[in-house]
Design a binder for this molecule. Structure first.
Ligand code: PLP
Length: 483
């Protein structure tokens, strides 16, 4: 960029320069990047798992760290020349331990699913492999006899896991059969109380006593209430299970000290996994926190289930976690929940039906069957009106995991943008207007389609204009001017 750009902010110059460099090689990619930020600026983003990372986090990912191989852990690499990677990996782990009060942090997982795989195999390593090695009197699996190795492999495949059911809000990595977690483990699910929609700890305890799992997984993608991790640990201890908490969705609320005491998983769980890009507002990636007894197993994540770490992303995790340790982040985390409650109240007062009747966290699950719609129809109708959400199953969903009967909405992204409770009420009004004006399209073979909807174009256009007007008061990345 030339000297005439001095009128632009540092952030603008950084992103404009990057786009110029990319445009010189493949202009269509530069255009797609510019188009993405334009879309994100215009859309009302209510996807509960998305956020807007800071310019510092975004810029940390585009550099020479991307080129470096660094298998191993800090100070013990299988490649030479890793001193700078060691610096950023150690910083990310140090910030993670400080932000979450964890004994150990492993920041290499490339995503949440990878973090969960590392956690599962760490527990298997600690509780199945280590005793087998000790029994055989050898130090590592390569030293086992063929017979002992065959037995160990059979034992790996014969372990039990108890996780939250997908339609109760659990994640597909918590034992859903199409995911590897469901194929690896003999899995059983716990659900929620059909009347209240809340986790039924007594039923869970009964199930754990009978099933005696190796691992109990707590955590969720679509449960709008808090989970009591003290009770979960009591249940795990009673049946000899390891408690794993997947806090991918609510890590930002833990970092921001909105979830404390019984609702903070870190002091209660043996092992905690998370993504870094949802409410935590970092780069796309995963992380594992654990107690000292699991640390050596977790640190073998690469090569156990991961390839070489992504140093540029670990560097960005360090930056994001430094941000999450600041007092402003606690204010942000509280605002996420305040906004979520305001959104729920706004919807309830307009007659919407919400799973569990409200929310205590960052997300709200609307049961759109009360509007006579499937989740799929509601999702596309809202998108027609510039509101980005995603469809989600509700407990005992009659429409299955594809069409669904729910819409999941969350407030981390719009809270980053600066919207507050008054705007949430307005957004509840927009959502209700769209869903109220939408109907199921007639199906070709008679009856009604589960996929297609009818929404008056004028209503969609009016709501989209209102959403754009609302957002214009809260510019996204105000310091970044690409015009
Ligand atoms: N765990 C939970 C609870 C999630 O909600 C998700 C993502 O939606 C994941 C894990 C997987 O994260 P990723 O998409 O980064 O693999």
């Amino acid at each position: 960029m030339a000297a005439q750009d001095t009128a632009y902010s540092t952030e603008s110059i950084a992103f404009r320069s990057a786009l110029d460099v990319i445009r010189g090689v493949e202009p269509r990619v530069a255009d797609a990047i510019a188009s993405e930020i334009a879309d994100q600026r215009e859309m009302l983003k209510l996807i509960a798992s998305e956020n807007y990372a800071s310019p510092a986090v975004l810029l940390t990912m585009g550099n020479w760290f991307s080129d470096k191989y660094a298998e191993g852990i800090v100070g013990r690499r299988f490649y030479a020349g890793c001193r700078n990677v060691d610096t950023v990996e150690a910083l990310a782990a140090e910030h993670a331990k400080s932000v979450f009060g964890a004994a150990h942090a492993y920041v290499q997982p490339h995503s949440g699913i990878d973090a969960n795989l590392v956690a599962f195999w760490s527990v298997l390593s600690q509780r199945v492999e280590s005793p087998a090695l000790a029994k055989a009197g050898v130090r590592q699996v390569n030293d086992l006899s063929e017979q002992d190795w065959a037995q160990l492999r059979a034992d790996f495949g014969n372990q039990r896991m108890l996780g939250m059911a997908l339609d109760a809000g659990g994640h597909l990595t918590h034992g859903f059969r199409p995911n590897i977690s469901g194929k690896m483990f003999d899995q059983r699910s716990y659900g929620t109380d059909p009347q209240t929609g809340l986790v039924d700890y007594d039923a869970l305890r009964e199930s754990a006593r009978e099933f005696r799992p190796l691992i109990i997984v707590a955590g969720y993608s679509a449960y709008p209430r808090l989970v009591n991790f003290r009770i979960m640990r009591e249940i795990a201890d009673e049946v000899g299970a390891t408690l794993m908490v997947d806090m991918a969705h609510f890590a930002g609320l833990v970092a921001g000290k909105v979830l404390t005491g019984d609702f903070d998983p870190v002091p209660h769980a043996n092992i905690v996994t998370t993504t870094t890009h949802k409410s935590l507002r970092g780069p796309r990636g995963g992380m594992v926190l654990c107690d000292d007894s699991l640390a050596e197993h977790v640190d073998r994540g690469c090569p156990m289930v991961l390839g070489g770490p992504l140093p540029h992303v670990m560097a960005a995790k360090a930056v994001a976690l430094a941000e999450a340790g600041r007092p402003e982040f606690a204010t942000y985390a509280q605002a996420i929940v305040d906004n979520s409650r305001a959104l729920a109240e706004g919807l309830l007062k307009r007659g919407a039906k919400l799973v569990t009747g409200g929310t205590d966290n960052h997300l709200v699950l609307i049961d759109v069957s009360s509007y006579g719609l499937t989740g799929r129809q509601a999702e596309t109708a809202l998108l027609d009106a510039g509101i980005v959400t995603n469809r989600n199953s509700v407990p005992q969903d009659p429409n299955g995991a594809w069409y669904t009967s729910g819409i999941r909405i969350g407030t981390p992204a719009l809270t980053t943008r600066g919207l507050g409770t008054a705007e949430m009420d307005e957004i509840a009004g927009l959502i209700d207007t769209v869903l109220g004006a939408t109907s199921a399209a007639p199906a070709a073979k008679g009856g009604f389609s589960k996929a297609h909807h009818v929404l008056d174009e004028a209503v969609a256009a009016r709501v989209a204009a209102q959403a754009a007007e609302l957002l214009s008061g809260f510019p996204l990345y105000p310091g970044v001017d690409l015009t």
